[in-house]
Write a protein of this length. Structure first.
Lengths: 382, 344
């Protein structure tokens, strides 16, 4: 029995005559159906039942918003009836400022039964019509034997995620759902989902749901993770920009939003392919005018010096220079999930907020402080 | 496309293995009492003192000895390095520098090596750019060629030379693109800009053979990573040449969860060394019957990374890295006669 759970003790247990004993039921488990089975961050799907009496942790449940919830409830027969009877069972869940969902069915209980189960029951109403993360999705269960008042049969509690549309193109990883549904709670359209689901990225304190491991950008810096699955599987939770961009894109896909794409950021294609030139991620200080001829006027590390960097995901000081970088474009805005930056509407704004200049070999130039109106990089949607 | 990168190619190690017999483990000596009767190779630690800092090992064969290459990542004042050294399983206290790769980023990079003309090294390695990786080939003369310039929007991983019995053919390099498909670059190191041919879908793959390449391919799946590598299922794809007209076929290794792997031709067969729990040897002709390995502690076989296979005329050599990155890290090595595996 759950702590704090109110369960009425059937009168039958207090010693009525044998001829008047009716069935007493206690919720054992709840198995949801027509839901999006949540994936345990690369460790496989949560297998039903989603709620099980006595289990220390209950599984998250995910549905598309504004849909019917189907479920099957199993009960322990705590009081055996003296004759076979149909017991009406009812589940009830109230959403604050929203609908109240009810599930009604009946189970046949015979003398000697130890467990009974309902058929698949459908809720009488649909879920709230917005993206949501409900920390305590509770269903209060009652059982009513013929001619008897209803008795509490227990309460199931799960975390409930509601997506904008059916997930598409990614498994509904637990962490994706938690980040996006928490950030975009209340969203009813794609525009709000895209903007608000990014909010948790801006905190740069994301954790993997299955083990609370911090998810980091290049921390430790030996990381090789370049996609969502690898980021969620790494023991240390560390990933490169590709994994962070895909994490955001997949967070949108978990809601059926497939319009986000990766954007490759380079000085130029030939220069990155030959490891010839890249960009300096903030913060670098160009000292004086530099001693070299333009355009790469400063000698790296002496005339262009590294300052404490802008923080990335759970990393106060990520690598300070790259040949290429991935960000995300969606609905006309740019997002930089690796650093929790954005949204910004244009390339120049992103550049001015993210880089300080260009490097090539041992030299640096094009300080952003004097090139704020010039696009120094190329963006390619891929 | 060609440029010098100041390679430090060391003269090939001239201290050969004193006796091949020292490496042979024809008669495994079960230590734990529960060894499989199929065990034919026992892995033993070799005394490489740098083992806790080693991130990758690779066996190659020179004209007269088996060489263990290993890499160590390092940090410089401004940037990082990957230094590759050579030693022998028999005399790990002696080593020589093979190459030092300077990198902008500190990420672990994958590399592979082969011997050319019996005593020179050719290498291929990832160049991490931040978002996308390119591949670079280092010739025996110290020149570096960017292999992947034809594909600016794809990221390349796990490069390796095609596993072949011939050392002197023009190098062909296989790799994984975007961790989704296995491709083959032929004629690497020539004046032509390399282009690739698709061989198979998959997260990772090892390509071997010559006229009609085969691919041992891994399809990733959900599960806990082992040394940052996801689990997956292995298959063997026979990739027929276009002239043959036959479609590529994949036959899976049943019930085999693998993490990293290497493969090599073994007579008419394909031999695979796959890390897992435990690590095993697999034969393409007997996919459902893994060949058990043994070690002084059985748990070692579930804690291996960077598997490497090398088959010379008479012996199969295998090596792997135990507990990489930990203070307890060690290089394990073992060998057995080819005949012991072929006859199975």
């Amino acid at each position: 029995m759950e702590i704090g759970e109110a369960v009425a003790v059937p009168e039958a247990s207090t010693g009525p005559t044998e001829s008047s004993i009716h069935a007493g039921l206690l919720l054992k488990s709840v198995t949801f159906s027509s839901n999006h089975v949540v994936e345990r961050d690369t460790k496989g799907n949560f297998s039903p039942p989603e709620w099980s009496r006595g289990r220390s942790r209950q599984w998250p449940v995910c549905y598309t918003r504004h849909t019917t919830v189907k479920l099957k409830a199993h009960f322990i027969v705590v009081t055996s009836p003296t004759a076979t009877e149909n017991v009406t069972v009812k589940g009830r869940s109230e959403f604050e400022d929203g609908p109240t969902l009810e599930w009604t069915g009946s189970v046949s209980v015979s003398p000697g039964d130890t467990e009974v189960a309902t058929e698949v029951l459908s809720s009488n109403d649909v879920l709230p019509n917005h993206v949501a993360r409900f920390e305590r999705f509770s269903i209060q269960w009652e059982a009513q034997a013929p001619g008897e008042p209803s008795e509490s049969a227990g309460t199931s509690r799960n975390v409930l995620y509601l997506t904008l549309k059916d997930p598409s193109g990614t498994p509904p990883y637990w962490t994706l759902l938690d980040i996006s549904c928490r950030g975009a709670h209340g969203a009813m359209d794609e525009a709000h989902l895209v903007k608000n689901a990014f909010y948790p990225f801006t905190t740069r304190t994301l954790r993997r749901k299955r083990d609370s491991q911090r998810l980091t950008y290049w921390n430790p810096e030996t990381t090789t993770a370049t996609n969502t699955m690898e980021l969620l599987a790494q023991g240390d939770g560390s990933g490169q920009c590709g994994s962070w961009s895909e994490l955001l894109i997949d967070a949108y896909k978990a809601h059926g939003v497939t319009s986000a794409v990766k954007v490759l950021v380079v000085r130029s294609i030939p220069e990155w392919q030959a490891s010839r030139a890249g960009f300096l991620v903030k913060n670098w200080r160009f000292v004086g005018a530099g001693s070299m001829p333009p355009p790469l006027t400063h000698i790296m590390y002496t005339e262009c010096t590294k300052e404490p960097g802008i923080p990335g995901q759970s990393n106060p000081n990520p690598p300070p220079a790259f040949y290429n970088h991935f960000i995300v474009s969606c609905l006309g805005d740019f997002y930089d999930p690796s650093y929790g930056g954005g949204p910004v509407t244009d390339q120049l704004t992103w550049e001015n907020g993210a880089i300080d200049g260009i490097f090539s070999g041992g030299r640096a130039g094009y300080p952003k402080s004097s090139n704020a109106a010039i696009e120094l990089l190329k963006f390619y949607r891929i | 496309m060609t440029k010098s990168i100041g390679l430090t190619i060391a003269a090939v190690l001239c201290f050969g293995i004193q006796s091949e017999g020292r490496q042979m483990e024809n008669t495994p000596t079960p230590a734990s009492g529960n060894e499989s009767p199929q065990t034919v190779v026992t892995l033993k630690k070799i005394g490489l003192k740098e083992a806790p800092t080693v991130d990758r090992v690779k066996l190659v064969g020179t004209r007269d000895s088996v060489v263990l290459l290993y890499s160590i990542r390092g940090a410089e004042l401004h940037g990082s390095t990957v230094a590759i050294y050579a030693t022998t399983p028999a005399e790990p206290e002696r080593s020589a520098s093979v190459m030092k790769i300077r990198t902008l980023l500190p990420a672990r990079i994958a590399w592979d090596a082969r011997i050319k003309d019996g005593d020179s090294y050719e290498l291929v390695y990832e160049v991490a750019g931040g978002a996308l990786n390119s591949l670079r080939f280092a010739s025996a003369t110290g020149e570096a060629l960017d292999i992947t310039t034809h594909y600016p929007f794809e990221s390349f991983f796990h490069p390796h030379f095609i596993r072949s019995n011939s050392q002197n053919i023009t190098p062909a390099v296989a790799a994984t693109v975007d961790k989704k498909k296995i491709v083959l670059f032929k004629q690497v190191g020539t004046a032509q800009e390399p282009t690739y041919r698709d061989l198979s879908v998959g997260d990772d793959g090892i390509v071997g053979g010559e006229n009609e390449p085969w691919v041992v391919v891994k399809h990733g799946q959900s599960g806990q990573a082992l040394f940052d590598v996801l689990p997956g299922r292995l298959g063997l794809v026979s990739s027929r040449s276009p002239k043959s007209g036959a479609a590529a076929q994949e036959i899976v290794f049943p019930d085999r969860v693998a993490y990293e792997f290497d493969a090599a031709p073994l007579a008419d067969d394909v031999l695979v060394f796959a890390t897992g729990k435990p690590s095993v040897l697999l034969l393409g002709s007997r996919r459902a019957h893994p060949i058990q390995l043994s070690a002084r502690e059985r748990s070692w076989l579930g804690r291996l990374s960077s598997p490497s296979l090398y088959v010379d005329g008479t012996l199969v050599h295998i090596a792997g890295l135990l507990n990489p990155g930990a203070a307890t890290a060690a290089v394990l090595y073992g060998s057995c006669p080819v005949a012991d595996l072929v006859k199975r």
